[in-house]
Design a protein around this ligand. Structure first.
Ligand SMILES: Cc1ncc(COP(=O)(O)O)c(C=O)c1O
Length: 366
């Protein structure tokens, strides 16, 4: 059996450090908004080259808080790509804004600036481009469009820890960025976690208070807020893992290169790497017109695969009323949802397992 991911293998490699980190927090007697959280925020901001990082409860909350802090709320429309996962939408809706789906570019499956233009209305106030699978969006084009219309841009970096656009890390490319530390991510906690990143001190200050009931001093609340804080245990765990993320990403890149060269002539569409992109290879999604049969074949061979994502957000039941979209409205994203299949790719995946996956894909088409 080749699993889609193997968290136990990663834990086994760093067990001693993780246990020490957890013990340190338990012994400290301080579990929320303390030393570990502050240190992680500093280290994560430094890793990205950002001035500010604020630990929050999840990537979904990070999107909500970033938008709230930037003044986006009820009555505002926020444009997102249709082939993202629902948390992007949930974060926008939690901020009280209306998500509007646009199509994606055929090559990268990320937000297409030309499609965004067709979705602009007088209510459009923000864009949330998603660096899907860890491949950065066409940020210069999206930022130029946003600037010309006075829109706020919040990057969804849930899949893009360490990914680069030109010479800048994802998370450094817009007004603010939202990261998730969900356990499957390139930098994953042992529970939920997230961060908002920004270079703007005012936005940072607003997120800092809004994540903590809007409290600026003890029992003084200067704005509305929520409860969404990265706890000390997760922060201490993430401090350990942050030291490894570049090594893990390098291993992901090596495995992706193996897939790319060995499957170059296979009857699947391989992930495209744009000239501006250094992906984090969070996922390795191929496209096939016979996706379900290919997935069935790989399953028979003991290879677990997943689909990211089977239903575009504008066709989700939960979005029916708010988006009022129909099948066929966003054809590239819809086709992607029918065709994409993520192959196993994680730092601990043994080389021989990659060979087995490659052979099984080639065999299917033979
Ligand atoms: C693209 C994208 N956006 C947002 C999220 C939300 O993150 P979280 O699960 O931490 O709320 C995720 C991960 O689940 C994601 O993959």
């Amino acid at each position: 059996m080749i699993p889609f991911a193997d968290f136990k293998a990663q834990y086994a490699a760093i067990r001693t450090e993780i246990r020490q980190a957890i013990d340190g927090v338990l012994e400290s007697g301080w579990y929320i908004l303390g030393e570990q959280g502050r240190a992680f925020e500093e280290e994560f901001a430094a890793y990205l080259g950002s001035a500010h990082a604020m630990g929050v409860g999840s990537g979904t909350d990070a999107i909500q808080l970033a938008l709230m802090a930037l003044g986006i709320g009820p009555g505002d429309e926020v444009i997102i790509p249709a082939n993202t996962c629902m948390p992007t939408i949930c974060g926008i809706m939690a901020a009280g804004a209306r998500p509007v789906a646009a199509d994606v570019s055929e090559a990268t499956l990320t937000l297409d600036p030309a499609s965004v233009e067709t979705k602009l209305t007088s209510a459009t106030k923000a864009l949330v481009p998603v660096h899907l699978y860890g491949h950065p969006c066409d940020m210069d084009a999206l930022n130029a469009l946003a600037q010309s219309r006075g829109l706020v841009v919040v990057e969804d970096c849930a899949q893009a820890h360490g990914a680069m656009y030109k010479r800048k890390k994802c998370g450094m490319l817009a007004h603010a960025a939202a990261f998730s530390f969900y356990p499957t991510k390139n930098l994953g906690a042992y529970g939920d976690g997230g961060a908002v990143v920004t270079s703007d001190p005012d936005t940072a200050e607003r997120v800092r208070t809004m994540r903590n009931y809007g409290e600026d001093r003890r029992y003084h609340h200067n704005r509305p807020g929520i409860n969404s804080r990265l706890d000390e245990l997760q922060a201490a765990i993430l401090r350990v893992k942050l030291r490894y993320v570049d090594t893990w990403n390098t291993r992901r890149k090596e495995l992706a290169a193996k897939y790319l060269s060995a499957l170059a002539n296979a009857e699947v569409t391989l992930p495209f790497v744009a000239p501006w992109a250094t992906p984090s290879w969070h996922l390795f999604a191929v496209r096939s017109k016979h996706r379900d049969a290919l997935q069935g074949h790989l399953k028979e061979k003991g290879i677990q695969t997943l689909i990211h994502y089977p239903i575009p957000v504008h066709l989700q039941e939960a979005c029916r009323e708010i988006m009022q979209a129909n099948a066929g409205d966003l054809p590239i994203a819809e086709a992607a949802c029918r065709q994409v299949l993520s192959l196993p790719l994680y730092p601990e995946l043994p080389g021989e397992s990659v060979e087995r996956v490659i052979n099984a894909v080639l065999e299917f088409h033979a």
